[in-house]
Ligand binder design. Structure first.
Ligand SMILES: Nc1ncnc2c1ncn2[C@@H]1O[C@H](COP(=O)(O)OP(=O)(O)OP(=O)(O)O)[C@@H](O)[C@H]1O
Ligand SMILES: [Mg+2]
Length: 301
């Protein structure tokens, strides 16, 4: 059973189509990265999934429950909003205790200590007002984790953090893998590359790509090739004449080409080298970064 499944989910604000026909599936136990530039509809999706906004059309099933028919599933979902708010005069322990009271968590003392330990704030005695952003974000995660939810929904948990803070938060999310299902939105590609199993890319309210990181990279893999030869100009002219290229760039002492048929290209390059009496110094297939994939996908649709 999928933990999240949306069916033709739409959310319109007057004429603005913030979400259009979203069909998304998040299997149990994975970390799903929901990527998209500003205004793509990430927060809107999350608000609809959490029953904070009503879908205009379509629906979603969370842990098997239809969000239009029930709110019971919310007890099994932990949520970190994009801009979490805290009472600055509390310590972390007091804050979690307050959350446990208002949400009716059983056996709160034990659970609070376990959670503080998990997010690395167990020995932190100072008030929240003195916390760094990274610490606040970890406390936000603690609050989301406190009820021991099956699903965690995190809205941009790493935005506004410096590299060290981001690493801490990502490591923490990664440590939950398998035990919980995590759905988190971000516009930071390296975050998803680091910890996600699957990603969805949203653009202007539409899901334009959804797959495992592995497949996505495979799909775009081996399309850029770097070549170094003893006479770059000559080789560049020859290659332009002979091979169907999407793109060619001469950079430093290399030629980078982008091709659609990698097998053909790899057969033809050595032939061209020999025919033109050149010396091959380097031939390398370049791995695409998610940045490449993201730019290609978001610009081409
Ligand atoms: N309550 C609202 N009323 C009108 N328009 C809205 C409302 N909420 C969101 N929108 C619009 O819907 C679109 C998607 O917004 P959303 O906040 O979901 O994007 P996002 O992907 O979370 O962006 P960001 O990365 O900036 O957080 C935007 O064009 C936004 O202006
Ligand atoms: Mg947002």
């Amino acid at each position: 059973m999928s933990v999240i499944r949306t069916e033709g989910l739409c959310k319109y604000f007057k004429d603005k189509k913030a979400l259009e026909e979203l069909n998304l599936e998040v299997p149990k136990g994975i970390i799903f990265g929901y990527l998209g530039p500003n205004g793509a509809g990430k927060t809107t999706t999350i608000r609809v999934l959490l029953n904070l906004a009503k879908p205009t059309k379509g629906t979603a099933y969370i842990l098997g429950e239809d969000i239009r028919k029930s709110r019971n599933y919310l007890r099994k979902v932990g949520f970190l909003p994009d801009v979490p708010n805290f009472y600055n005069f509390f310590t972390a322990r007091e804050f979690l205790s307050f959350i446990a009271d208002i949400t009716g968590i059983e056996n709160p003392k034990k659970r609070i200590e376990e959670t503080l330990d998990l997010v690395g704030l167990k020995n932190e005695k100072s008030r929240i007002g003195t916390y760094s952003r990274g610490m606040k974000q970890r406390l936000g995660l603690a609050q989301a984790l406190l009820p021991d939810p099956e699903l965690l929904i995190l809205d941009e948990p790493t935005s506004s953090l410096d590299p060290q803070g981001r690493k801490e938060v990502l490591d923490l999310i990664f440590s939950l893998k398998g035990n919980k299902t995590v759905f988190f939105s971000t516009h930071i590609l390296t975050d998803v590359e680091r910890i996600c199993d699957r990603i969805g890319i949203l653009k202007e309210g539409r899901l334009i790509l959804e797959d495992s990181i592995e497949n996505i990279k495979k799909r775009y893999r081996k399309r850029r090739v770097l070549i170094e030869v003893d006479n770059l100009e000559k080789f560049s002219d020859k290659i332009k004449e002979t091979l169907p290229l999407n793109f060619l760039e001469i950079k430093d002492n290399s030629i980078i080409i982008e091709v659609s048929d990698i097998q053909y290209t790899l057969r033809e390059i050595p032939k061209l080298i020999v025919q033109n009496d050149l010396v091959l110094e380097r031939l390398e297939i370049l791995e695409p970064s998610l940045e490449d994939v993201f730019l290609e996908v978001t610009s081409g649709v």
